[in-house]
Write a protein that binds this ligand. Structure first.
Ligand code: SF4
Ligand code: SF4
Length: 329
């Protein structure tokens, strides 16, 4: 387990807003049986136990004029939803899959992948009946991301995060409308607020990469310098496969994010979370610093895979290593 770094003390306002429970318990750390994820942070206040803390974090972010502007109602987050056309256009799954991937990539997406819906991709208390998820990724400007930690006066990284969430929202809403115009139902999901759909598990299944020690995805093109959105749809589609190239192995021997994280929230070892052994970030340690630093992002900014041009070379090297180890075994 990572220890809190000695030189960081959370702001009193975040400590006061912390409920009398651990976010790691809500997340299911230490639980050996699988269960659905509980709605947790970035959900409507009434749906989760950390509403006061969420409000404290949001109020702190609103102290920054730059962050307020990024998330203002005037932010360009894509068109309103159109009505579903009554007459379905009939094509096979391969043709629709090619169509919607082309549409996404021609309309601001950098990554697109498809995966069948699974119950574990939906938060407890929500329901999604569409059989397919289309995952969208948009790359971030690494230099701006890596300027974290931000100050209220210079929120460069937070503004970059917000602008890319807005771009990801535009992709998902435009693609949703395109699908509805073909007579098929679709629903857009865009951050930073969460709703019914978990983003990281379906993104891994859709081939976006592997989970890193810092709790975010590592992609073979963009490292961890990208944001996600999604669409759930009943349009017939074909799924992609996970992309395993050795990021998980790399994390085993790397400590860059664990050392860079000011509150020491990133665990050196995998934890059992709702029945799955995986890299885990301690919510209770992360979130006060995350709140203070306007969304933080130090861990994904400092991750070597995020440096422009680095991830493809590291992926090639780690893939070759994996092949060699398999051949030798
Ligand atoms: S900084 Fe290192 S340990 Fe952390 S996620 Fe990136 S590669 Fe893995
Ligand atoms: S977001 Fe910041 S505080 Fe949270 S794990 Fe990453 S570096 Fe640590």
């Amino acid at each position: 387990m990572a220890k809190p770094h000695d030189d960081y003390s959370p702001l009193p306002k975040f400590l006061e807003a912390f409920p009398d429970m651990s976010g790691n318990a809500v997340n299911g750390r230490g639980e050996t049986k699988p269960r659905l994820a509980s709605p947790f942070f970035w959900h409507p206040h009434s749906k989760q136990a950390f509403g006061e803390l969420q409000d404290a974090v949001l109020n702190h972010h609103r102290l920054s004029a730059g962050v307020r502007a990024t998330y203002s109602p005037k932010a360009l987050r894509g068109p309103k939803a159109v009505e579903q056309v009554p007459q379905k256009i009939d094509k096979d799954a391969a043709a629709w899959t090619a169509d919607i991937k082309k549409f996404a990539l021609e309309n601001e997406a950098d990554l697109v992948g498809i995966v069948p819906m699974k119950p574990e991709y939906v938060y407890e208390g929500y329901e999604l009946n569409e059989p397919w998820i289309v995952m969208i990724g948009v790359a971030m400007d690494h230099e701006r991301l890596n300027s974290a930690p931000d100050s209220l006066e210079e929120p460069t990284s937070a503004v970059e995060v917000g602008e890319q969430y807005n771009r990801a929202a535009r992709v998902s809403r435009n693609l949703t409308n395109y699908i509805m115009e073909q007579g098929h139902y679709a629903k857009a999901f865009a951050g930073p607020y969460a709703s019914a759909l978990l983003m990281i598990p379906p993104a891994i299944a859709a081939g976006f990469g592997e989970l890193g020690k810092h709790g975010s995805l590592i992609n073979r093109q963009y490292g961890s310098s990208f944001r996600l959105s999604a669409i759930a749809t009943e349009m017939p589609l074909m799924g992609d496969a996970p992309d395993v190239f050795g990021a998980d192995d790399f994390c085993t021997n790397c400590q860059i994010c664990t050392k860079a994280c000011p509150p020491g929230a990133i665990s050196e070892t995998k934890q059992t979370v709702r029945g799955v052994d995986k890299w885990y970030v301690d919510f209770d340690k992360c979130i006060p610093y995350f709140g203070e630093a306007l969304g933080c992002g130090i861990c994904i900014g400092r991750c070597p895979w995020s440096r422009p041009g680095t991830a493809p070379k590291l992926a090639e090297k780690m893939s070759a290593r994996r092949t060699r180890l398999v051949e030798e075994s």
